[in-house]
Design a protein around this ligand. Sequence first.
Ligand code: F6P
Length: 511
Amino acid sequence: MSQPADYNPTPHVIPEGENATPLEVVGGDCTATEKLIIIMCGLPATGKTHIANRIARYISFFLAVESKLLNVGDYRRSLFGVISPSDFFTHASSNQRELACDAALGELTDFMKQDGVRVGILDSTNCTRERRTRIREAVAFLKCKVLVIETVCDNEELIEHNIRTIKMNTPGYRNVDREEAYKDVKKRRENYMDIYETVDERDGSYIKIINFQTFIVHNARGYLPQKVVHFVMNLHTLPRVFYLTRHGQSDYNLLGKIGGDSGLTDAGRKFARRLADFAHNHVGMKVEKDEETGEEKRTPQPARLWTSTLRRTKETAQYIKHTKIPAFKWDNGDEVEWIQFQGRARRNLDELYAGVCDGLTYKEIEEKYPEEFARRQEDKLTYRYPRGESYMDVTLRLEPIILDIERTREPILIVGHQGIHRLLYAYFMGLPREQAPYVNIPLNTVIELTPLAYGCTEKRYLLLSKEEMMCDGQDEPVTSMPVKHQEAAESARQQSTPDVHAWDVMNPPSF
Ligand code: F6P
């Protein structure tokens, strides 16, 4: 039987109504129904604050659930001064510590009382069962789920690392002499050890994280606790960096068209060659200084390479070599042979799909679909292109990528797209989701991100200058920036004050 001329089968029937959305979008209808309070527990320098921060970020960005992190140390500093010597952490000062805890608890309670599903996290050592029971009793009237997360660390190397790279950079130690700070943290740990009581069934639901290797989960039921369990099992506090770069200039970029699956222009290939140089000399190269001679020692190190499945990202990665480097041992003892930059093309990293607008310029979209264009201006985050995607949809498919980035220990170079990198960047930099669609992710630039316990640091490397690029066709037309969102865009720009380095191919700098 012949089909009518306008026959156009689609995978599902699009409901009627103004730009009706056929799929449930992340954040549109939250699956969680119960409020959750997380009580952190653990000796200083076991990674609590790092975990608490990451959970709060994940929950608000991916699950669209409001979250609040209350750090008892912040209340202590505001009540009793910025620097508290380790003596403060002895039994003698326990009253003052309880006062700081009560202040944080008061705010936690006020937050949890509000309507709607929410997650409150109380970040403190909470070392004794008495303290944990007191907290539990104080919040009992709220009828929320309570989950204790205990961090246990008996690996001296990890403790040393946590003290030197995390703890000593926390607000209480920022302006203190490094050795003094180190000794103080050690002393604090000893003081707490005297009174420490590990978590067990009497604490109710809990997750015990031992050296970020062994996880004991007890009675953690429900949507949010399960999400938290899965998330924390992917975390670690080891130092690592990852790199975001867009593909080199594509034919579509040059024409100002969005989407498509075009290849690279000459300028795009030039960028691809520089990127290979950057990958080999920076991302995949461990640079250490010999303490005695002061000379630089450069050793190739394991590194990963991810692209999307689209032609422009694969072509951008084409000059990066996949070299076998000597076998090394994982921390679980397994010996592996590593192929540096073995490429992995991931569909989840494909650019936001513009549906019927794919292949058009912004100007053409405005002329052909003026109503759609105006709707996108209104709300760029939730707007979904007809038969295409919204930033919210893309957020949903990026969740597994985020979990992979969180758990990976080697540097990862991600060759992706503007829309995708905006979301990855916003998540790690702690920007609200509304600001994500406006983050500036220029072509020809590699963004180096280093997640830390208190946020994430950023460096940008410019691999091709604007002059070398001539016209890059990437300047977003003013009309694509809705007036009411210009403020959000400006604030996204201001929050990101990147440190930009020019990358000189002939003479790569060592940073
Ligand atoms: O123009 C390049 C591009 O990657 C397009 O393929 C994509 O549609 C667009 O950027 C995403 O940016 P925006 O959401 O600002 O339109």
